[in-house]
Design a protein around this ligand. Structure first.
Ligand code: HEC
Length: 255
């Protein structure tokens, strides 16, 4: 009995090893495939509260319908981002939830899978999984492609199952190609005046959403930053006193 159990484990062990090797071998491949698009870098800024607040608002309006942030609570977010609770209750809590609850989505995962081919994943940690540059470029590179179910494709995530939910803000982008079969044929071109935002305003909006997702990826980073500033201030004050004390000693030595 023990022997066969051991053997079973051994088999499973080698399977796991094989799988791990496969992952190790395939990871650089998939990354190389994804990084073909020349990524515009994005530098998150957790000190920029208006940006984080706007990101939260945009996320609630344009993303939460499909994607949850289930490791993030409304109340904690409000306190971290300096949003008064009554504003959260009025403007950010749509689904009759309570402020102490997590930001779940009303979307049923099974139905979503039928509609989109893939269920919209939870996005709490997405900035850590994909990186902020990836997210920033992903949300800005949807373009028209009639061959896709939602009529759009994406430069950073080819053949993605997500519709272009920010199209009304950004406007319509094309590649100047007839179909997606012609890969990489030309730059993205924005149809002038087709969106509510100018391209600068749109880039800022996407920046704010990604900044917000960077925050949800590790909310304690905000706290750590504040503690860091406090520690530095403490060190500066300590230095001043040490310096003055040192001068006193010098005087004694000289006399
Ligand atoms: C109508 C539903 C819907 C809305 C609204 C929506 N998405 Fe998606 N999203 C999806 C689906 C479906 C996928 C999975 C696509 C796939 O795997 O092919 C997805 C995938 C993603 C991914 C890729 C996740 C990964 O790591 O694979 C990101 C990032 C993302 N969405 C961000 C957003 C953001 C940000 C918003 C709001 C601006 C948003 N989505 C709004 C349906 C939606």
């Amino acid at each position: 009995m023990t022997g066969s159990a051991k053997m079973g484990l051994g088999k499973r062990g080698s399977k796991t090893l094989g799988l791990a090797l496969l992952v190790v071998l395939l990871t650089p491949l998939s990354q190389a495939m994804e990084s073909e698009w020349p990524m515009t870098p994005m530098n998150p800024d957790l000190q920029n509260l208006p940006s984080l607040q706007n990101g939260w608002r945009l996320f609630t309006n344009y993303c939460l319908g499909c994607h949850s942030l289930k490791y993030q609570r409304y109340e904690r977010t409000a306190d971290d981002l300096g949003v008064p609770h009554d504003i959260v209750l009025e403007q950010l809590l749509f689904s009759g939830q309570k402020i102490g609850e997590q930001m779940t989505t009303a979307m049923d995962p099974e139905m979503a899978k039928n509609w989109f081919g893939a269920p919209p994943p939870d996005l709490t940690m997405v900035a850590r999984l994909r990186g902020v540059d990836w997210l920033y470029n992903y949300l800005r590179t949807f373009y028209l492609d009639e061959s896709r179910p939602f009529g759009v494709n994406n430069k950073v995530f080819p053949n993605v199952g997500m519709p272009n939910v920010l199209q009304e803000l950004q406007g319509t982008q094309t590649t100047g190609c007839a179909s997606a079969a012609e890969e990489n044929c030309g730059e993205l071109v924005l149809l002038e005046g087709s969106g509510q935002y100018t391209s600068e305003e749109f880039d800022q909006a996407v920046y704010d959403i990604v900044n917000f997702l960077y925050y949800t990826g590790e909310p304690s980073r905000l706290e750590r930053h504040r503690t860091g500033v406090f520690v530095l201030l403490f060190l500066v004050i300590l230095f001043v006193f040490t310096f003055l004390l040192g001068r006193e000693y010098q005087k004694d030595v000289k006399h």
